[in-house]
Design a protein around this ligand. Structure first.
Ligand SMILES: [Zn+2]
Length: 421
């Protein structure tokens, strides 16, 4: 009996001290040309299998499905390809499927040579409300043994889908296209202290929108951007919670908005999002490599907007944040030796966020290489003196937790910035 107790005690101790593997962050970023390159246009329409009365469609914004074949009875294989190459492994997919009669089908998702399956499938009946696929309906093949990165991914997956005459939506992440973002922007803009404006047009002519939270004449400013990379929905969701908290009725938020104005560009890459791209804009370029050359209209519009705000208000941007998604939650910050317009703000803020969320240990990766300033964070710091960071959320981070983190991050930032005045 005593031995069993000892065994339990040992197992409990192991659990307490066994550490979850920590994501080390991405490799250093290489400078690449950001001159536009061709992209492959996705054929859009319905893929019919009349004999089975089964239909797949990619005819909607945010969709990606490049080909599909029937293998045998009720079993299909889909091909998902990227807009161009080279490109990192973030293979977005989204399609609709239905049948004349209620039935179950098996669908294998495959990607081109050198690419793998990354995003756990989400299902919806209306394109608005999403749930993760039941794990018993999902099988991975040739999964890598690494904890993070492409080496952790399966080559392909097979999903079991229960379909009927109603449309089933299957997507890499919750669909948040330009239409959804516009709705959110308009709802937020109903508040008396929030407005929005078009600051430019994307390469395909979609509006680039900036929210203004607070007064336009305020000389103390912050900038928030997100969705340079289309599939990075979890970063976008954290950004929403962050911005909604700054726009809330909290006493703290009201006080903050008297002293600071926050500008938000929630959708940096509307063409990429609506075309279901893996990473690039319609110019075939990773926007987060273009913050020195400004060859792409999306990055150029934001930089012109920042400069215009500084000039009009005779003011300064104190803080810049760019929301993304990656393999696990991480903050890419700037090393302490770089002093911007409010030195030490970011490390102190993240320490306060850590204290405010019991048990949370933020993964922080500071960079001491600011030039060339090809990414937004470096541009914010080098050209405008902003205290800046990249706020990365894991692809699979719990949606309630990322919301809480967005809210807490906003509260702690407002407190700290007010205390620095
Ligand atoms: Zn990203």
């Amino acid at each position: 009996m005593k031995n069993i107790f000892l065994l339990f005690a040992f197992i409990i101790t192991l659990n307490i001290y066994s550490q979850k593997p920590v994501f080390k962050g991405q490799e250093p970023i290489e400078q690449v040309s950001t001159v536009s390159k061709p992209v492959q246009i996705q054929w859009k329409g319905i893929f019919p299998f009349e004999n089975d009365s089964v239909y797949f469609s990619n005819d909607f914004e945010g969709a990606r499905l490049n080909g599909i074949i029937k293998d045998y009875d009720s079993t299909y294989t889909a091909l998902i390809t990227s807009e161009n190459t080279p490109i990192n492994v973030s293979p977005w997919y989204a399609f609709k499927v239905w049948s004349k009669h209620k039935k179950q089908i098996y669908l294998t998702l495959t990607y081109g040579e050198g690419y793998k399956h990354r995003y756990y499938p989400k299902l919806s009946n209306d394109g608005l409300h999403w749930t993760s696929m039941d794990s018993t309906d999902y099988v991975e093949f040739e999964k890598g043994d690494k904890n993070f990165g492409p080496g952790s991914l399966p080559l392909k997956v097979q999903m079991k889908l229960s379909i009927n005459p109603d449309t089933l939506w299957v997507s890499a992440q919750e669909l948040q296209t330009s239409k959804h973002v516009k709705k959110w922007v308009e709802a937020l803009s109903e508040k008396p202290f929030v407005s929005n404006q078009q600051i430019g047009l994307s390469r395909e002519g979609r509006p680039l929108t900036a929210l203004t939270i607070g007064k336009e004449k305020t000389a103390r400013m912050l900038i928030v951007i997100s969705r340079q990379h289309p599939p990075e929905v979890t970063g976008y969701l954290a950004m929403k919670a962050f911005v909604e908290t700054i726009s809330s009725n909290l006493k703290l938020a009201k006080k903050f908005r008297k002293k600071f104005t926050v500008y938000v560009v929630p959708l940096m890459n509307p063409d990429g999002v609506d075309n279901g791209y893996w990473r690039h804009n319609a110019g075939g370029i990773d926007l987060n490599r273009d913050w020195t050359f400004f060859n792409q209209p999306e990055t150029l519009a934001v930089s012109e907007f920042i400069k215009e705000r500084e000039k009009k208000t005779n003011g300064k941007f104190y803080f810049g944040i760019d929301f993304h998604s990656t393999w696990d939650d991480i903050y890419y910050t700037i090393a302490d030796s770089f002093k911007g317009n409010m030195p030490g703000l970011v490390p102190e803020w993240l320490e306060n966020v850590k204290m405010a969320i019991p048990g949370y240990n933020p993964n922080i990766s500071p960079s001491d290489k600011m030039e060339p300033a090809i990414i937004s964070r470096n541009y914010f710091y080098v050209s405008h003196g902003m205290e800046a960071l990249v706020f990365e959320v894991g692809d699979n981070t719990n949606r309630d937790f990322l919301k809480k983190k967005g809210q807490t991050s906003a509260i702690e930032l407002m407190k700290l910035m007010l205390s620095r005045l």
